[in-house]
Design a protein around this ligand. Structure first.
Ligand code: 4BW
Length: 146
């Protein structure tokens, strides 16, 4: 009989047990105009989402703050930039990633300074995200089980 995630001790959990799979993750693509990215961010309610290339490899991340900073002019928001600029022009390219088989503690360390980390396979293809929420839920479960 296979163990469910609920039965597992923290030390037996891997990122695969905790991650949100790619098909449930809101994301944008490198060549999308900023307007599309802003619609995805506002529509989903998320602060930041992953950016993927045409082959579904992780390329970066983009947040509402990066977009608003970019279109902020001296006296007004330069909204025309939303259709002129593409996601790849302003996205954050410096994103950390983790693999599915990483341990719980490696996952925990990866979300100490950021709200989520992208999960990729060894070739850089996007598998999903690991969120702080998933880590904290399991820390709480473990605390009450003791
Ligand atoms: O739509 C939401 N549903 C639920 N259940 N919780 C939400 C939602 N929006 C926000 N939250 C909560 C979560 O606890 O607010 C936290 C901060 O959200 P954020 O960062 O600033 O938009 C959420 O914490 P989290 O689940 O640990 O998620 C951390 C970050 O991971 C989010 C967002 O940037 C990203 N994220 C989470 N789920 C995502 C996602 N990005 C794309 N698609 C998803 N499905």
């Amino acid at each position: 009989m296979s163990m469910t995630q609920e039965d597992k001790q923290l030390r037996d959990l891997t990122v695969k047990d905790l991650m949100i799979p790619s098909e449930k993750v809101a994301h944008v693509q490198l060549n999308n105009p900023l307007e599309h990215a802003l619609l995805v961010l506002v529509g989903s309610g998320y602060f930041a989402v992953p950016v993927l290339d045409d082959s579904f490899k992780l390329a970066g991340s983009i947040s509402k703050t990066i977009i608003l900073d970019q279109i902020l002019g001296n006296e007004r928001f330069e909204v025309e930039k939303l259709s002129e600029l593409k996601v790849h022009d302003i996205m954050n390219k410096d994103v950390n990633s983790i693999q599915k088989d990483a341990s719980f503690i490696e996952g925990l360390k990866s979300v100490i300074d950021v709200p989520f980390v992208c999960v990729v396979n060894k070739d850089g293809y996007f598998d999903g995200i690991l969120t702080r929420r998933a880590i904290l839920k399991n820390v709480k479960r473990d605390y009450y089980r003791r």
